[in-house]
Ligand binder design. Structure first.
Ligand code: ARG
Ligand code: ZN
Length: 411
């Protein structure tokens, strides 16, 4: 308890608090319900949409997770009851889950080894990238691929016994508050490096492919989610408006500014003042276009929802190889299930999720990468973005064989 308290003080000094905030799951079943949800969405600062990502993406018949602050919760519930919309309280007190994320005891400093079972700050991840590459000089290289609006390094790791093999590009941390995502990139890198030479599957994959891992792309947003606002999603750029941040996953050159993205800088799905306005978007787009023809697969890790999404999300159209993407997603999600019995669903974005233009997955497939997935990691909403550290280990071990399925397929 003492440790938890101490940690939250160090990590979240002066950070916004969420005492008494609740996450409600709403079940809109009629136009009047939809109308009320959109109304909630139009009032600045009232509703924080967890799933889907904004009010525009809500539709009748699909449940919605939304956080309301403690001062509004009573009025909100009254309105829901008035229009006859069913709801349930998914998270009773958001702050208590924030405190509970740090539920793994810290290793003593003397243990020296990097701890993959806890969440790390942006600075720690940046330092780790260089450190781990330095420990495995024949298998890894760490580079700074660009720098963010606030001047932080965007790190890129290149893994494999050769740097010229066909590539598998993996990124994490496009959205700041999805902390499990960077955690999974880190444990994956460690696993590929530490098991080389002893695990024959890992050795084969590392000999046949070059893995490119961006451990945290939205570095500024991620840092801000530690220091100021645990619920921050976007980047931290400002283009002269009251609100900060662009949704990086609406900023890519894939029907940019199209459906499911917003022109309003205060929206959580703001597409930005121009296409690829954000440094991280540029870094990833440039990498993909510079290596056109050499990248066989792209995976971007988000949370939460336990699903595989493949193109397109920017338009109502299937990718040419939709059958292939479905079959591989099937095999990959089966591999996940075999580890901890967690069910991951899959489907094209436009058909199974919602239209949302400007995403990195659609950009990848349109720029020469045949296999492209957004993977929404744990969980299904019990903790949502606030997944406790004690679930990092299992999230990692279930994802390894899933990525192996994709790796073997593209070898
Ligand atoms: N939750 C993710 C987002 O809204 C899903 C991304 C799916 N892909 C896409 N191109 N919209 O950013
Ligand atoms: Zn996301």
């Amino acid at each position: 308890m003492k440790i938890v308290l101490l940690l939250s003080c160090i990590a979240l000094t002066c950070a916004k608090r969420f005492d008494g905030d609740q996450v409600l799951t709403l079940f809109p079943k009629a136009p009047a319900h939809l109308k009320l949800i959109k109304e909630f969405g139009s009032i600045d600062g009232l509703a924080d949409f967890w799933s889907p990502d904004s009010a525009d993406l809500v539709s009748i018949g699909k449940s919605v997770d939304v956080r309301f602050s403690t001062k509004n919760i009573r009025v909100v519930k009254r309105k829901l009851e008035k229009v006859g919309m069913e709801y349930e309280v998914k998270i009773f007190n958001v702050q208590s889950l924030i405190d509970n994320q740090f539920d793994v005891p810290r290793k003593s400093k003397a243990a020296l080894a990097y701890d993959y079972d806890v969440y790390h700050t942006a600075d720690e991840i940046i330092a780790w990238s260089d450190d781990i590459a330095a420990r495995y000089p024949s298998l890894a290289k760490s580079e700074t691929a660009g720098s963010t609006t606030e001047g932080r390094d965007i790190k890129k790791l290149t893994l494999g016994s050769k740097t010229t093999n066909p590539m598998f590009v993996i990124d994490c941390g496009i959205h700041a508050r999805e902390w499990i995502s960077p955690a999974v990139c880190q444990c994956f890198v460690n696993r590929m490096l530490s098991s080389y030479g002893t695990d024959s599957q890992v050795t084969t994959m590392m000999d046949a492919l070059t893995f490119i891992v961006f451990p945290v792309l939205n570095v500024d947003g991620y840092a801000y989610s530690w220091t100021d606002d645990r619920m921050w999603r976007k980047t931290r750029s400002n283009y002269g408006t009251v609100c900060y941040g662009v949704d990086p996953n609406r900023n890519f050159d894939a029907e940019w500014s199209g459906p499911g993205s917003s022109s309003n800088p205060c929206s959580e799905t703001y597409y930005g003042p121009q296409c690829a306005s954000e440094p991280l978007t540029n870094v990833l787009q440039d990498f993909i276009t510079d290596n056109n023809g050499n990248i066989r697969a792209y995976v971007t890790f988000h949370s939460y929802g336990q699903q595989y999404i493949y193109p397109y999300s920017c338009k109502r159209q299937d990718a040419e190889n939709a059958d292939e993407l479905a079959a591989l997603a099937f095999d990959s999600t089966e591999a996940i299930y075999a580890v901890n019995k967690k069910t991951f669903t899959f489907g094209s974005g436009h058909a199974t999720m919602y239209l949302a233009a400007g995403g990195s997955d659609d950009f990848a497939i349109d720029n020469g990468v045949p296999i492209s997935y957004t993977i929404e990691l744990r969980d299904e909403g019990r903790y949502g973005f606030l997944l406790p550290e004690s679930q990092i280990g299992d999230s990692c071990t279930e994802i390894y064989p899933a990525l192996d399925v994709i790796s073997k397929y593209i070898m």
